[in-house]
Design a protein around this ligand. Structure first.
Ligand code: SF4
Length: 69
């Protein structure tokens, strides 16, 4: 068995999750932080697509990522 760091293992898991995501937006629809983030009316698919892709994200994606429940 290869030894890898904790950080490398977490990074691999995160990449696997990102690869598996089909960007359906259901996690955004179900998330209770939409209201406190001020994105209750934002399109869930647009929000999650902005979270997953790298580069410039829509304002609603940045608001959702920054909210502290
Ligand atoms: S958008 Fe959310 S619910 Fe849909 S596949 Fe991706 S992580 Fe899962």
């Amino acid at each position: 068995m290869d030894d890898i760091s904790f950080e490398a293992a977490i990074d691999m898991r995160a990449r696997d999750m990102l690869d598996a995501c089909i960007r359906c937006g259901k996690c955004v629809e179900a998330c209770p932080t939409r209201q406190p983030a001020g994105i209750a009316e934002a399109d869930p698919v647009t929000v999650i697509t902005g979270i997953i892709r790298s580069g410039e994200a829509p304002e609603a994606s940045r608001q959702w990522a920054a909210v502290r429940p």
